[in-house]
Design a protein around this ligand. Structure first.
Ligand SMILES: Cc1cc2nc3c(=O)[nH]c(=O)nc-3n(C[C@H](O)[C@H](O)[C@H](O)COP(=O)(O)OP(=O)(O)OC[C@H]3O[C@@H](n4cnc5c(N)ncnc54)[C@H](O)[C@@H]3O)c2cc1C
Length: 496
């Protein structure tokens, strides 16, 4: 518990809510007065394309957060200070200007965030101030769950068992921020959240998606999901069905608290709700990958890009050169000739969301059908996913390419046509994004190149014109992948 301070500064980052927020609670409890700040960090924003749904989502969530902090504060004089600077230098400067003895923030184990926080902590300390960090965006972090041998878990099933054995009301209890809200300080400078244009960004199609921002938006989505949660286990694998919660982006930016979601799932799971139990497992996967990132930092480099969890996978020679570049471009643009893959990529580009089953299918397709380095896909997802989360994205890509912990054996290769027949049997999802295939029936919709020329003509589909021919044949690609991956059978220098 931090000492008692006169003035503190609460630094919001990926925890954009005023309720059940660990750092905000600790700041209010241990300071006479607390200022609140969010920094649109130039180090993160400057390299991004000028239209990004996440920047718009964050901005809208900040408008709500600012209003909530104002409403909670004495005489409504509080609120958020919003800066558009380099956070590593802006935070120590603001702490000095406000006379804050301590800065409070929730921990973030992504490598670039750790580097930034280290820089901020050193600058504050040189000035006689302190940075306090708190666990907030996971239920269990870092080394809180270890194997009996005292090592971090690398396999999900025993990790989940241990998670469920340890979790109790204490770990899921909300931080009662409101109790100490009287410590919210009047805003010391004129406030307001900058417009997108002031931040140098344009608007996106966010307002047309069913993705309301802020805590109110997250609660609306969760209320909708609560009514469907019992069927999650049956519905979650079918992309045409409204099966999942669509809460990823709210968990990413902390507009909802992981504790409140896990508590809801856990309570229902304990009452025997199979859908809730499966959904809780997914939240545990999230914790699992966060602790993998924290305990095995080699899975990402200094800038946050992937390194094989299993070093023997470093031996794989991925396809390179102009032909490989063209294959990658076709994958990115949804022009592979495999309708399920192409519809999935179209969903990502149009909405920033991709169904979990499809993330697995397209990731397997990139690494195992196209023979391309999974890190290319990792980066593409990072740019386009609204819910992009370094730990889960890296974990998901390594799972699909078999290079990660808890690996799929490398010879388990998703067949994009069988996946399509199984999980989108009527092609309802495919046709949402590829309406030009509407005239194709049965298997032909899942593999148009197998259709008889007469049927293609009747459907008004000319391959190569209305829809691409397949850029690889799965069976041949499978053989090439088995040969490519054979190098990992040799003993590796280091084992985890
Ligand atoms: C290649 C690949 C990349 C992925 N990249 C990301 C990513 O960048 N960010 C991300 O949050 N998830 C990622 N996932 C996991 C999963 O696909 C998404 O969390 C999920 O599709 C989000 O939709 P939802 O909120 O409707 O999920 P729901 O099915 O409703 O699940 C609820 C929550 O549980 C968590 N969750 C679910 N599945 C997983 C999982 N397999 N691993 C970790 N957490 C999970 C998420 O926070 C999700 O919001 C990736 C999976 C793969 C295979």
């Amino acid at each position: 518990m931090p000492a008692h301070y006169d003035t503190g500064l609460m630094w919001f980052r990926r925890d954009l809510r005023a309720h059940d927020n660990a750092a905000l609670y600790q700041a209010l409890k241990s300071c006479r007065q607390v200022h609140c700040v969010f920094v649109f960090d130039r180090a993160i924003l400057d390299p991004l394309p000028r239209r990004d749904r996440r920047v718009e989502f964050i901005r809208e969530s900040l408008v709500e957060l600012d209003a909530t902090l104002r409403a909670l504060s004495p005489q409504g004089q509080g609120g958020l200070i919003v800066l558009h600077e380099d956070a590593a230098t802006a935070i120590p400067a603001l702490a000095a200007r406000l006379g804050a003895q301590a800065v409070f923030a929730n921990r973030d184990d992504e490598k670039p965030a750790l580097a930034r926080d280290g820089e901020v902590a050193r600058a504050l300390s040189a000035d006689g101030r302190t940075l306090h960090g708190f666990k907030d965006h996971v239920v269990f972090e870092r080394d809180e769950l270890l194997t009996q041998g005292g090592k971090p878990y690398t396999v999900f099933t025993p990790y989940k068992k241990s998670w469920l054995a340890k979790v109790d009301a204490f770990y899921l209890r909300a931080y009662p921020v409101e109790t100490y809200a009287a410590a919210l300080a009047p805003r010391p400078m004129p406030g307001g959240v900058p417009s997108l244009a002031e931040l140098g960004f344009g608007t996106t199609n966010l307002s047309q998606l069913e993705l309301p921002a802020g805590t109110a938006g997250g609660r609306k989505l969760f209320a909708d999901f609560e009514a469907r949660m019992a069927r999650y286990d049956e519905a979650r694998d079918f992309p045409a069905v409204r099966g999942p919660s669509y809460l990823g982006v709210h968990l990413r930016f902390g507009t909802l608290s992981i504790r409140e979601l896990a508590a809801a799932g856990h309570a229902r799971a304990q009452r025997g709700d199979a859908g809730a139990s499966t959904w809780l497992s997914e939240l545990i996967w999230r914790d699992f990958y966060m602790q993998v990132l924290a305990n095995f930092p080699h899975v990402a480099d200094e800038t946050g890009w992937g390194g094989n969890f299993r070093p023997e996978y470093d031996r794989i020679a991925w396809e390179q050169g102009p032909q490989a570049d063209a294959l990658f471009q076709a994958w990115c643009e949804g022009r592979t000739g495999y309708p399920l893959v192409d519809a999935a990529m179209a969903q990502l580009l149009a909405t920033g969301y991709m169904h979990n089953r499809l993330r697995m299918v397209v990731a397997s397709f990139l690494s195992k059908d196209l023979g391309l380095d999974w890190r290319l896909g990792e980066r593409f997802f990072a740019l386009h996913l609204n819910d992009y989360e370094l730990a889960s994205n890296n974990g998901g890509w390594q799972w699909a390419s078999s290079s990660g912990c808890d690996a799929q054996p490398y010879f388990r290769i998703f067949n994009p046509v069988s996946q399509s027949l199984k999980f989108d049997p009527e092609g309802r999802f495919i046709l949402r994004y590829l309406p030009q295939l509407a005239g194709l029936k049965g298997d032909a919709l899942h593999a148009p190149w197998t259709a008889r020329p007469l049927d293609l003509a009747a459907a008004g589909v000319e391959l190569g014109k209305d829809y691409p021919r397949p850029i690889v044949m799965h069976d041949e690609a499978r053989d090439r992948t088995l040969a490519r991956y054979a190098v990992v059978k040799k003993p590796a220098a280091v084992q985890y």
